[in-house]
Design a protein around this ligand. Sequence first.
Ligand code: ATR
Length: 275
Amino acid sequence: MTKIPRAGVIGNPISHSLSPKLHTHWLRRYGLAGSYDAIQVTEDALEQTIRALPGQGYVGINVTIPHKIRVLDFVDQVSDRATLVGAANTLTFTDDGRVLADNTDGYGFIANLRQGAPDWNPQSGPAAIFGAGGAARAIIVALADAGVPEILLSNRTRPKAEALSDEFGTRVRVVDWVQAGTMLETATTVINTTSLGMAGAQPFKVPLDDLRSDAVVTDIVYNPLRTTLLDAAAAAGCVAVDGLGMLLHQGVPGFERWFGQRPEVDDATRAAVLA
Ligand code: ATR
């Protein structure tokens, strides 16, 4: 009898994750046998829990906050991208129980921009990034890979931005948080990676008067879908791409590896996770 492949997402807390809705939608849509569930686990139990999963029929899992960095300490193989980003969000279990770690956040970011802004040209000018946390790291790696000529980086806590600039080289230039709005004078790609603007968090208050009309603007915040930044971008004539697609696209490589079908991200996918 063939086993039904299992996958899931591991984090703490996990109840708000949209990944179970996303993968369950794809399994139904393609008529595939499989399951995808949410696994809540503390850091103390992380390694033991993950090591036990292949024996329970799991073919892979997504990893989310706060475990994305910690998993790299004990997996058997880490992809170049996950090494560069310093975090993994997608684990695949081999038939002999080995754990392979990858990071698809950068892929999801770029795929979302390309879908939402088909004319986006990463080489057209500098990119401006607000924030210097984990999401910013993955996005810096992805943008450098896509050929962005320069990355302007601004963070409330400046030393964190400087640490990223030191790590990723001269292509990343730090701009003081007080002057973050000035990055918009030249940026043709603009990204908010902070939690500012998220429902329940503080509003996004960086002055946006200098937004160029030829900029492509995106926000990793997807609750609400239309953030203050995206509203201002649309009003300035920019192409505004919401952050939900990054989450949906980052799930594509894992689903394909685990269930053997490359899934679509389209309006039906968005509706399924927003339902
Ligand atoms: P993630 O992994 O999603 O990037 P994170 O690592 O906690 O999450 O990073 C959150 C980002 O939002 C950081 O850049 C943080 O700035 P600090 O490094 O100064 O903490 C930014 N952020 C959160 N709240 C903020 C606020 N009220 N004002 C400005 N930036 C804020």
